[in-house]
Every structure is written in structure tokens, then in C-alpha cells.
Design a protein around this ligand. Structure first.
Ligand code: GLV
Ligand code: GLV
Length: 325
């Protein structure tokens, strides 16, 4: 039997490769940075499967080069990097890795929340620079977390996991979503409010919406203007959900207290203004970066790939219209 041929744009954890190897010939890009686009376009030729990352832009040009493609398995839950409509037109199945990174991403949200509220990275820099002269009544004052109000924009899996953590901190949980999430309201005590009310009344605003044309720059100058001066903004979703220029302006003017950001508008480029601001905490898109999550994502991406190649419906198909059964 002929083996499947699969391009993997970056070495994913071994448990995923172990699943693929017996059934597929793997062409793995061995770089320390995302696979160059030209290389994807040339090496995708003749491959039935493509395992790719959120940093790979998979558009009609790549699909045209990969004429034999039948499955694109994204090693991520978000899939805004893939032109899904184009894949559907071409009958290519697209899959993602939902669920297995929910808690890791909610944990990182919480780490950023605490780091901002109590100015942990700034304090760490202060200590390393030898600036600590002794206990001070007003040294490094931050904001309380316990009992405050968090506003969750997008109460899906990850937003709900953040709400669950907030309950342990005695917080009031507001949320805004395209549709009401009655289960989230019941299970996590989340209160549905309009976006404007959420922005006006939250001490922490945490973003958990996917990036779509409707959510690009969802949080811009007007929205930031509605927040309190003491609000802390958290983004672990996609950089483009926030208008970075408006955010930088607000942070410089201390229109809001601070921001914890795991994602950026032009990754991997960091707007240099962020690096000059003390009231922002930055992480390199590591929401799902735990050993456990990344292994589970690798297994899921591999299983999605093999199902699709074998003509079975992949468990995490994002474009059911491409499925002909
Ligand atoms: C190929 O199977 C590899 O793991 O490099
Ligand atoms: C991470 O950002 C993901 O979408 O998996």
C-alpha cells in the first residue's frame, strides 16, 4: 500500500509524530523559526497532508502549489491563518486542536492578570537592577484581585475556564458574547452584559474571541475610552483583536492601568513602544505552551490528519462543507 505523504512545517512534539510515522512519509521542516513561505510552497508539492502552525499563512497560493492536498491539520485551536473558504472550495479538510489547550491558556491568562495587578515583572527588574532600598509604604503598589470584577469578552471554552478561575478569587464575572451562553451563566455565575457595560464596569477585561473580520480591532480607541483608569486589559486571543496603536496611546497616557499581552498584531514583530512601557507585561504567544498541552495538541493534530487521509471524518473538522462522506 502506498504511504501517505505529509509536510510538517515545524517539528511538533514526538507523541504526534509517533502516530503519523507508521502510516505516512513525513517531510519535517527543522528550523528554529517558522518555515519560510517559499519552502512551504515548494515542499507541499505532492503532499496529501499539511500539518501547519498558526504562524503559517495557508492561502490559495499554497493550496495551488499543493494540488494533492486533502487535509490541512492546524497545530492550534485558532485557524485564522488558513483561508478556510478556499480550502472548502477545493474540497480540502481543515482541522484544529480545540479543548486540549483550554486550561493552559486560561492559566496563562491568570498569570498575566496577577503579573499586571501586582507588577511582578516590573518588580523583578527593579530587584535585579539593585534598586531595592528597603521596605516602602508606597513601593510597587498594585491592584487587588480578590473580589473585583472581571469582564470576559467571548465566553467560549477558554473564556469559561477563565471565569471558573475567577470564581475562586471571589470575583464578579461579566461577559459579552455574540450569543448568550446559558450554561456559562448557570455553571460559572457569569452575567451577560453589553460590550459597553462590560468595558465600563470591569476591573479586568479579558479577550477570548477568535479573530474574524468582525473581531478585527474589536477593542479600539472608543472601547478603551470606556474602560476605567484602573482597568487591566488582557489579550491571549489574537493580536489583531486590539488596535495596538490605540492601546499604546492609552498605556502611555495612563488612560488604563496596564495590559498583559500574549499576542501581537504583527507577530513576531513587537511594536518597540511596548518594550519601553513599564505598564505592560509581554509573553511570546505561549498560551498553550505547557508540555502537557503541546503533547495533546500533537496527538490531536496527528489523529485529525490520519482520519482525513484515510477517508474518515476527522474529529475536529472546521469546514464540514468540505466533507463529502
Ligand atoms: C521522520 O519521521 C522524523 O521524525 O524525522
Ligand atoms: C494558539 O494561539 C492557538 O490558536 O492554538
Amino acid at each position: 500500500m502506498e504511504r501517505f505523504r505529509v509536510l510538517v512545517t515545524r517539528r511538533i512534539p514526538e507523541p504526534g509524530l509517533e502516530i503519523l510515522r507508521p502510516e505516512a512519509e513525513l517531510d519535517i521542516f527543522e528550523g528554529e523559526a517558522p518555515m519560510p513561505r517559499e519552502d512551504i510552497a515548494s515542499r507541499v508539492k505532492g503532499k496529501g497532508g499539511l500539518v501547519c502552525l498558526l504562524s503559517d499563512k495557508i492561502d490559495s497560493e499554497i493550496m495551488e502549489a499543493g494540488k494533492d492536498l486533502r487535509v490541512i491539520s492546524n497545530y492550534a485551536v485558532g485557524y485564522n491563518n488558513i483561508d478556510v473558504d478556499e480550502a472548502t472550495r477545493r474540497g480540502i479538510l481543515v482541522t484544529n486542536t480545540p479543548g486540549v489547550l483550554t486550561d493552559a491558556t486560561a492559566d496563562l491568562t491568570w498569570a498575566l492578570l496577577m503579573a499586571c495587578a501586582r507588577r511582578i515583572p516590573e518588580s523583578d527588574r527593579f530587584m535585579r537592577e539593585g534598586r531595592f532600598l528597603g521596605w516602602g509604604p508606597t513601593l510597587m503598589l498594585g491592584r487587588e484581585v480578590y473580589g473585583r470584577t472581571i469582564g470576559i469578552v467571548g465566553l467560549g471554552d477558554i473564556g469559561t475556564a477563565v471565569a471558573r478561575r475567577a470564581r475562586g478569587f471571589g470575583m464578579r464575572v461579566l461577559y459579552h458574547n455574540r450569543r448568550r451562553n446559558e450554561e456559562g451563566e448557570r455553571e460559572e455565575g457569569a452575567e451577560y452584559v453589553s460590550l459597553d457595560d462590560l468595558l465600563r464596569n470591569s476591573d479586568f477585561v479579558s479577550l477570548h474571541v477568535p479573530l474574524t473580520p468582525a473581531t478585527r480591532h474589536f477593542i479600539g480607541r472608543r472601547e478603551i475610552g470606556l474602560m476605567k483608569k484602573t482597568t487591566i486589559l488582557l489579550n491571549v486571543a489574537r493580536g489583531e483583536v486590539v488596535d495596538e496603536e490605540a492601546l499604546i496611546e492609552a498605556l502611555k497616557a495612563k488612560r488604563i492601568a496596564s495590559a498583559g499581552l500574549d499576542v501581537f498584531e504583527n507577530e513576531p514583530r513587537l511594536n518597540p513602544d511596548f518594550a519601553r512601557l513599564e505598564n505592560v507585561v509581554l509573553t511570546p504567544h505561549t498560551g498553550s505552551a505547557t508540555y502537557e498541552s503541546r503533547n495533546r495538541m500533537a496527538i490531536m493534530a496527528a489523529e485529525n490528519m490520519l482520519s482525513g487521509l484515510k477517508g474518515k471524518r476527522p474529529p475536529n473538522l472546521v469546514n464540514p462543507d468540505a466533507w463529502k462522506g
